[in-house]
Design a protein around this ligand. Structure first.
Ligand SMILES: Cc1cc2nc3c(=O)[nH]c(=O)nc-3n(C[C@H](O)[C@H](O)[C@H](O)COP(=O)(O)O)c2cc1C
Length: 307
């Protein structure tokens, strides 16, 4: 008889029914992809990064396709935390998938302030702290490249919330293990590895950078092997759960991340190519577990054979 695999996993105090999470910035405020499928079917949804004040982001052009990748310099355009709570969150009330709010601030104090505003708000299951955005002048990535600052931001958020805190790391560092350990010691419940890699593109006719911001963040299949390695490295470095992401396009990619020890995975750029990508990954994981006779997906996690 065919088994019904248990796909549920625990990410730092948040139990989700399957390990597939929509990545921040690629799934709007959680409802935009509803015409394609019911987002409740995902393990969780991370909404677009939110700041204290609304932000217009960088002037266009702010995205450019590259072979196997997407370069973006959105600059964290968003409606601000208050408008999100008032206007967007109620629309997610019927969504059975936990909502994870991604936050970023321009100072350690702003991160704590954001956590404080979210505390006590029903319908928000966890906070993902973005200390890794490459596309803003102040804030973002600067917080994620220095272990001491990364630790201060984490500590500031953890002290202001009772919700699980996931810290999203940047790949643009010499050794991600150092930052991962600092953030773990400061009380993070889980890590997301990884945000985008710094990159640029030049228009040879005009001799100008394609992106107005000059530099952007690279995502998509182009970064998968590097993101997979960084996930592996972070898993080795810390005890808290690691959520792997970067270039995951299908369930086979997702399984690679689970095998190296990611407790869950996020799907980002794939949503732009195929809006049903994340749902198809859920189905693919279920089918894989059935075929492999795995009753619990946790048996797959970290089961990489190295010798
Ligand atoms: C257009 C775009 C916007 C993004 N916005 C955010 C954001 O607001 N906050 C954040 O933490 N990450 C943001 N990201 C990064 C993604 O969540 C993800 O970490 C990255 O794209 C790597 O995963 P992928 O290759 O599956 O897209 C954004 C990525 C893209 C492509």
């Amino acid at each position: 008889m065919a088994i019904t695999p248990d796909l549920s996993v625990d990410i730092g105090g948040l139990r989700i029914k399957n390990p597939v999470i929509a990545a921040s910035g690629t799934f709007g405020y959680g409802t935009e992809l509803s015409p394609f499928y019911d987002p409740s079917l995902l393990g969780a949804i991370v909404v677009k990064g939110l700041s204290l004040q609304p932000m217009p982001g960088n002037p266009p052009p702010r995205t450019v396709e590259t072979p196997c990748g997407l370069l973006n310099s959105i600059g964290l355009a968003n409606i601000g935390i208050n408008a999100f709570i008032k206007e967007k969150l109620p629309l997610l009330a019927d969504t059975a998938a936990p909502v994870i709010v991604n936050i970023y601030g321009n100072s350690v104090g702003e991160y704590s302030e954001l956590a404080g505003r979210i505390e006590g708000v029903d319908g928000i299951s966890a906070i993902e702290v973005n200390i890794s955005c490459p596309n803003v002048e102040k804030g973002g990535m600067v917080f994620g490249t220095d272990p001491e600052t990364a630790s201060k931001v984490t500590d500031g958020v953890v002290k202001r919330t009772t919700k699980p805190v996931i810290v999203k790391l940047t790949p643009n560092v010499a050794d991600i293990a150092v930052i991962a350990k600092a953030v773990e010691s400061a009380g993070a419940g889980a890590l997301s590895v990884t945000n985008t890699f710094l990159g640029m593109s030049v228009d040879i006719a005009s001799r100008r950078p394609v992106l107005t911001n000059v530099v952007g963040g690279l995502s998509g299949p182009a970064i998968k092997p590097m993101a997979l390695y960084l996930t592996y490295r972070a898993v080795e470095a810390v005890k808290i759960p690691v959520i792997g992401l970067g270039g995951i396009m299908n369930h086979q990619d997702a399984i690679e991340f689970l095998l190296v020890g990611a407790r869950a995975i996020q799907v980002g750029t794939a949503n732009f190519i195929n809006p049903r990508a994340a749902l198809e990954i859920v189905h693919g994981l279920r089918n894989f577990c059935e075929r492999e006779n795995l009753s619990d997906i946790n048996h797959l996690i970290g089961s990489l054979i190295k010798e």
